[in-house]
Design a binder for this molecule. Sequence first.
Ligand code: 9G3
Length: 575
Amino acid sequence: MKLSKMHIKTLREVPAEAEIPSHILLLRTGMIRKLVSGVYGFMPLGWRAVRKIEDIIRQEMDNIGGQEIHMSAIQPSELWEESGRWFAYGPELWRVKDRNGRDFCLGPTHEEIFTDIIRNDVSSHRQLPLYLYQIQTKYRDEARPRFGLMRSREFIMKDAYSFDRDFDGLDKSYDEMYEAYEKIFTRCGLTFRPVEADTGAIGGSNSHEFTALSEVGESEIAYCEKCSMAATTERAEFVDAPAETDEMMALEEVDTPGTKTIEEVANFLGIDQSRTIKALLFITYDDEGKEKEYVAAFIRGDRELNMIKLINALGIHEHSIEFADEAKMAEATGCVGGFTGPIGLHDCKIVVDSELTGLKNLCAGANKEDYHVKNVNYDRDYKGDIVADLKLLKEGDPCPICGEPVKHARGIEVGQVFKLGTKYSEAMKATYKDENQKDQLIVMGCYGIGVTRTLAAIVEQNHDENGIIWPMSVAPYHVIITLVKPGDEQQQALADKIYNELAKAGVEVLLDDRDERPGVKFKDADLLGIPVRITVGKRASEGIVEYKLRREIEKEEKTAEDAVKDAIALVNVEK
Ligand code: 9G3
């Protein structure tokens, strides 16, 4: 392809909203184009890279027997009413109406659609196991789209669904997909970690998130360098401190004026924060968005609350809970902002972190302005409506498996695999007849890859101050020939010769034949990040060119023949 003919618009400057490298670079290279907030189009170079990622995904899905289909992006509300999810999701579900006022959504995911296919088509055990997948545009009306492709409102996802006779079958399918994912992300040139993830509202038994390590990622993972523990911090288990055997002492109310925070009351009473009980106050909403109930969560004073664990303990959706307005809550429950404790609260759901049930003689708020209570003991003085692990595993906390202090890292969630079990087949009556002609529920798994998010993650992990450094496997082109003086006969002839030999060998080559100063061409070659640059300049008359790899500093002069040979060899090894 000749750069003088390519429809490309590189930018020197980008809008201030582009803050992270991938967003900046995908805009500066002209690979993506913003339409509106959270909605991007792909221009020629960008779309070539997206298709490379898709092709890698297709190869690995097909290698494990996946069959590609392509479902509609628009989905009738009836199927979501059957699965019970139509009312479960808030404004993030992009609802639309047709000309007759019928309700649809732009699909954020396709569990209902695939289950509907299967319940109509599968009737015998002989048809299972079955893997169907698609590469499809998805819609989620994010409240705060940001970071370009990282969190957009329209994006491309590969979503696969496995259908098995039983849970053993699901375990096998899950493992096959898991391994296929490792191959996909390795081939895409990503540094990633599969981590245990929260199954959240989608339910099901367990799930893994494939996280591309990156400081700008929104996912936070906890991992142990000593054992194999790796989980999103939302999911990470946290082992309770050992139960204490001290005598329970008598309750004692103490005057603690103005000590609204854990730190203040611990300092005031000269005790460690781990000897206090922290209260966090919430209000929950039902599916119609009406106020449901007040919730008071209690954890050890030096711990942090893990909101996902609280939400899972309450069995509600993420958007059905908010921090309470303490004054309003006080009237209804007797709590006192800054002095709330578990004793004496009423008309409020008490959720207690499991660790507190084993600790003795703690200090808690007295539900009275400027007062705390000492020697509070679970069971004797208060009980929880719900007792569960609510703790957020922080950096340095003990690994739940081996006790070693855990490490934290940030990353970009590029893939997620879930065991769904029979959540959808039960709701939508997707069954098959087993060997004894008995109806059985189909057991499902679902497996997503954020294709456009993967593109952004690759750029996040592969760039320098001059631009992108594409891994060969997903590079929009393998080689760029920088022709210093297009008007010069000898340079033009040599460049054309190299171009044709590379193209004939199946190398994807870009010829920069623009009427631009050499410096601009070199800067653009670095910005676009094409893996191999061959410069045809003043030594063309001697058949000598300059050969440089984008990911290395050094350049070397070699004959045009050697440059062609080396480029073909490198591309064949790395693509
Ligand atoms: C919705 C909206 C947003 C959502 C979902 C539903 C995330 C939703 C989870 C999944 C699970 C898997 C198949 C591929 C892999 C991921 N955000 N999820 O279900 F209505 Cl608005 O999408 N789906």
